[in-house]
Design a protein around this ligand. Structure first.
Ligand SMILES: [Zn+2]
Length: 303
């Protein structure tokens, strides 16, 4: 390679890396995992092969926090048990926001509705999710969730639902009830009709159900989609094609950055870089996806 081109490439790379580090980001799909959640020893990152930092709960927290600071992720919505979320919030109360995950890694049942309401009033969580109901072959439309949805609608608590697919062989590794059909975004429609004021976060932007995702976003303006996991786990061209299709369809203002790093911290820089280097995104569109859309959806005001 000729020297001037090499220097130019260096400058471009340097500019991208500087911008990634100075940009203000909200991660709307951040998990507060504990050591042992994915088994001992934990599996390596399925894409990078890197082993997670799984030594202790404190090491996981410290490593994740360092990466969030490095990439200027100023807010992270913590999907996890309230107990584990509290560890993260105690460490950095301005950065972390608590979200009640269900089902969780400790197999905690849903709190009864009186407790659920009290937890909201006490601000123990401000988002309800990740709801990984698909892993149990369930959808949000089932009657047992209805009283919780009513409460969330009344209190303005966004509900965050896993949609789309999951890892290969999911039904054969711990989730025998899992079905692809339960992750179809169309399964959300009855809930959206019953609860027109309910704010709903369609996690993983419904991938790979593109038409269904477009249909839901088109008809129900209270739905936003997060771009998590697809931004680091599927081939980049496939992520770009899907994201671009939703942008072209006019939903730029309702797409939100999330990492869904699970136990693999290296997914945080990887997913940020995928958005940062997307050739079809303008600077304004990147800022909307990284920060503005989530700030509007969750009512986050600048620090
Ligand atoms: Zn998910």
């Amino acid at each position: 390679m000729k020297k001037p081109y090499f220097i130019l490439l260096l400058i471009v790379g340097w500019t991208i890396s500087l911008r990634a580090q100075s940009r203000r980001i909200i991660d709307v799909h951040f998990h507060t995992r504990s050591a042992g959640d994915y088994g001992v020893p934990p599996p390596p990152n399925p894409v990078t092969g890197k082993m997670p930092d799984a030594g202790t709960n404190q090491a996981i927290l410290t490593h994740n926090l360092a990466l969030l600071k490095k990439y200027n992720v100023v807010k992270a919505i913590c999907s996890g048990t309230l107990l584990r979320n509290a560890d993260f919030i105690a460490q950095d109360p301005k950065r972390f926001i608590s979200s009640l995950e269900y089902p969780d890694h400790q197999n905690n049942p849903l709190p009864d509705t009186t407790t659920f309401k009290k937890l909201i009033q006490d601000k123990k969580f401000v988002v309800f999710g990740e709801l990984g109901l698909q892993y149990e072959g369930q959808t949000l439309d089932e009657s047992e969730f209805e009283p919780y949805l009513k409460i969330c609608e009344t209190y303005g608590i966004p509900v965050a639902v896993h949609t789309g697919i999951a890892a290969p062989e999911t039904p054969f590794h711990g989730f025998p009830k899992f079905t692809i059909a339960a992750g179809n975004p169309l399964a959300l429609e009855p809930v959206l009709k019953r609860h027109p004021k309910l704010k709903l976060q369609m996690m993983h932007m419904g991938y790979p159900y593109l038409q269904e995702t477009k249909a839901i976003l088109n008809v129900y303006p209270q739905v936003y989609a997060d771009i998590s996991v697809i931004n680091w786990i599927v081939p980049k061209e496939e992520f770009y094609t899907y994201l671009k299709a939703l942008m072209t369809a006019g939903f730029t203002s309702r797409l939100m950055y999330g990492s869904d790093q699970m136990i693999w911290e290296d997914a945080i820089p990887r997913s940020i870089q995928a958005v940062e280097t997307a050739p079809f995104l303008s600077e304004k569109q990147k800022q909307d996806i990284f920060y503005n859309n989530a700030a509007r959806f969750f009512g986050i005001t600048p620090p």
